[in-house]
Design a protein around this ligand. Structure first.
Ligand code: PHE
Length: 347
């Protein structure tokens, strides 16, 4: 047979095979091998070359047929590979409109947030932070604070007793006595945040467990003006820049003079509203100058040293700052309450 015709036929057959071909890549490769593998139909044509006169022309025909068929197969293979890839990509496509996994982020209880804020403010004024035991001896909770046995002032702070001598502390002022004992007559500038306990009826504003931040400064020449300036700066940082502070005389056995401290209402700015009960002022803490008896009992000469102390109710400050009405919310682990607060923090 005329080689030219033969090659033409091979070429056409390959084309026809490709046209009828289904889309299976493996079958296509088998088909390609049928024409182009070492012993495929086209390479086998070379066996005829020995009988051909014009070997050069035969070679040219062979190469062009082989190249053309190869190109046809390569094109088809690339086409199929692209199609397959596209299908895979389609299957793997991520639907970004699906809702994601919701990780519920926690939020600090407002109570702890306020403790941190108070600590930051006083650290900024050069105070250091102290802690003391929640279960303490009568000596530290009362005796060293000028509250002798059977003194009526004990009634205000009735608490839970472990035995005659050991009790849950009714205020953080007990830490004053511990710190003075350790300081051995040296100057002191500390705050102490912590839990306290009293035999209180639990209602909207009282709880048998609550928390305070105690403050104590002892040095030479400490006066009531220093106390007022300190508390004013604290109130301005805690509530608002224009907050004013007012002292009302009061009584605590361990301070003389003793004061209740009011701040001007941050809500109505003194005009009178329901937060300040129409007075323009809100009571936030008790304070005073450390009583000479207290200084003396802890080894300080009241003729040389003086000091001031204050006790801030943490729940009270937090309730005022965030408009929380019921103190019991702090201890009930009510997630609805915390979630509500999350909004306040994020705003
Ligand atoms: N310990 C007092 C109380 O719990 C508060 C206070 C602290 C008053 C320091 C004066 C000085 O009520």
């Amino acid at each position: 047979m005329d080689p030219k015709q033969k090659f033409e036929e091979l070429r056409n057959n390959a084309k026809k095979d490709l046209e009828n071909f289904s889309d299976c890549l493996q079958e296509l490769i088998l088909l390609r091998n049928k024409y182009l593998a070492k012993k495929g139909l086209i390479p086998l044509m070379m066996n005829n070359i020995k009988d051909v006169e014009d070997k050069k022309a035969f070679g040219e025909l062979y190469n062009s047929c082989k190249n053309e068929v190869e190109a046809l197969f390569n094109a088809k293979i690339s086409e199929l590979e692209a199609k397959k890839l596209n299908e895979e990509l389609k299957k793997e496509k991520i639907d970004i409109t699906l809702p994601g996994n919701n990780y519920d982020r926690g939020v600090a209880n407002p109570f702890y947030k306020v403790i941190n804020e108070i600590e930051d403010i006083f650290l900024g004024m050069g105070y250091s932070i102290e802690t003391g035991p929640e279960v303490d001896f009568d000596k530290y909770v009362f005796e060293l604070l000028n509250i002798p046995h059977d003194h009526p002032a004990r009634d205000m702070q009735d608490t839970l007793y472990i035995d005659n001598n050991l009790l849950l502390r009714s205020h953080t002022s007990s830490v004053q006595a511990h710190v003075m004992e350790k300081a051995k007559g040296k100057p002191i500038k500390i705050i102490c945040p912590g839990k306290t306990y009293r035999r209180d009826n639990d209602d909207m504003t009282h709880s048998h467990q609550f928390a305070q931040v105690e403050g104590l400064v002892i040095d030479k020449n400490i006066n009531l003006g220093n106390l007022k300036a300190t508390l004013e700066l604290f109130a301005q940082k805690m509530f608002s820049k224009d907050t004013k502070v007012r002292f009302r005389s009061s009584f605590f056995p361990f301070t003389e003079p003793s004061v209740e401290v009011d701040i001007s209402c941050f809500n109505c700015k003194g005009k009178g509203c329901n937060i300040c009960k129409g007075t323009g002022w809100i009571e936030i803490l008790g304070a005073g100058m450390v009583h000479p008896n207290v200084l003396r009992m802890s080894g300080y000469d009241p003729e040389v040293y003086s000091g001031f102390a204050f006790g801030i109710g943490i729940e009270r400050v937090t309730m005022l700052k965030y408009g929380i009405l019921d103190i019991r919310k702090f201890y009930q682990s009510d997630l609805k309450f915390i979630a509500e607060f999350k909004k306040v923090v994020e705003e």
